[in-house]
Ligand binder design. Structure first.
Ligand code: UD1
Length: 369
């Protein structure tokens, strides 16, 4: 069997890592070899947004890099499609595997569907029901043209069935990103020196109380009024709990051009690698984010998470985890932060099948099909 998988933007890399591990494991144990070709679209290209993740997670070097870089949605999506088509024609895999909801996901899925190559979508069925989010459009379209839909939580299957997807195409396999987290957490705790580097340890070597911020959604960072308000809320929270903020390039550019500054109690860093970020999350008291994946990671780590969005496509993190939606409300953010700080750290919760084995289930099902 030959599969070709797509890695485009940062949140894809942890998911591809689980898949690559599962293929490697299968090939070590079985005579029925799987040929795995990895294509990087180049949507994310900075060393700290891309290469560092491949090295730290031991993902094989991409066989091909399309080098598309940044652009408007139309330009980026079209450029990926143009450059990917000849690659797919050359390799003709049995399955194209796409993960998540970024522009690279829909662009490559669309090319494959038109060429009659079967598409498998990992993390299918997630819905925020907010079509102003570019990712929601990518999710709906990718699922509509996929042949095999791998879901990570129960809401995924329910949403797909409502949209008319045949039940036999849907496979509940668990969460590949959590496979990667569970595999690398002990190594992150042992190897990463990020707490020392940021002076977050006390004299007895224990982590001082701090929170972590991430912010990159267009709905939060592209509008000056909203970004100013969100930063004012974070500045207020940081008076109670010092914050560490690894700044995404989109947020950095916008804060710069809008002249928005942070309180000195918010420590900024460049984007962090996987192991440093995981260690930072795992030892924090509170996380404030608008990321999708971090809502899931904090659920497993048992760290209170305030999601600065009106909705989530990952409801299991609110139902079972420690996630709360706070939008960009300047009153709710500091209030909920204060409440969350008063809580003891939860023991981690494991939604069904978030057990480290999702990648293996995917490989097994693709072989059976
Ligand atoms: C993309 C995904 C988003 C995901 C996020 C994670 C889409 C529609 N969005 O958003 O779902 O949560 O990645 O980071 O696919 N830039 C750099 N260096 C890089 C990459 C980007 O400087 O390596 C800058 C560029 O100025 C670029 C901007 O960041 O224009 C945005 O990058 P882009 O990939 O378009 O979207 P993200 O906001 O990163």
């Amino acid at each position: 069997m030959k599969i070709l998988s797509i890695a485009g933007a940062r949140p894809n890399f942890m998911k591809i890592s689980s898949l690559a591990d599962a293929v490697k494991e299968h090939n070590a144990e079985s005579s029925q070899r799987i040929d795995h070709v990895i294509v990087h679209t180049g949507q994310h290209y900075d060393e700290k947004m891309s290469d560092l993740f491949f090295r730290e997670l031991g993902i094989p070097e991409p066989d091909i890099n399309l080098g598309v870089g940044s652009g408007s949605h139309a330009v980026q999506t079209a450029e990926i499609m143009k450059r990917f088509e000849p690659v797919l024609l050359e390799h003709r895999p049995d399955y194209l595997v796409v993960v998540g909801d970024v522009n690279s996901t829909i662009a490559c899925a669309l090319v494959a569907a038109k060429l009659g190559v079967k598409v498998a979508h990992v993390e299918a069925g997630l819905r925020s029901f907010d079509r102003s989010m570019p990712e929601e459009i990518n999710r709906i379209l990718t699922d509509a043209i996929s042949d095999v839909l791998f879901t990570s939580e129960p809401s995924g299957e329910a949403n797909l069935i409502k949209e008319g997807v045949a039940a036999e195409k849907i496979h509940f396999v668990g969460n590949v990103m959590i496979d990667t987290l569970l595999k690398h957490l002990p190594r992150a705790e042992e190897k990463s020196r990020i707490l020392e580097e940021l002076d977050l340890k006390d004299e007895r070597g224990r982590a001082r109380p701090y929170g972590v911020v991430t912010l990159h959604r267009p709905s939060n960072v592209d509008n000056p009024k909203v970004l100013r308000s969100v930063i004012a809320s974070l500045n207020a929270v940081s008076q109670q709990l010092p914050l560490v903020f690894p700044v995404h390039p989109r947020a950095k550019a916008n804060m710069g051009s809008m002249g928005i500054s942070l309180a000195p109690t918010i420590r900024t860093t460049d984007p962090l690698g996987y192991l440093d970020f995981l260690k930072l999350l795992a030892n924090s008291r509170l996380v404030l984010t608008d990321s999708g994946g971090i809502q899931e990671e904090t659920t497993i780590l048992g760290v209170p998470c305030l999601t600065m969005r009106e909705n989530t496509e990952r409801p299991v993190t609110v139902e079972q985890g420690s996630n709360r939606l706070v939008g960009n409300d300047p009153e709710a953010i500091p209030r909920e932060a204060l409440l969350a700080m008063g809580h003891e750290k939860k023991t981690s919760t494991k939604p069904e099948l978030w057990d480290g084995l999702a990648g293996r289930r995917i490989v097994r099902i693709l072989l059976e099909l």
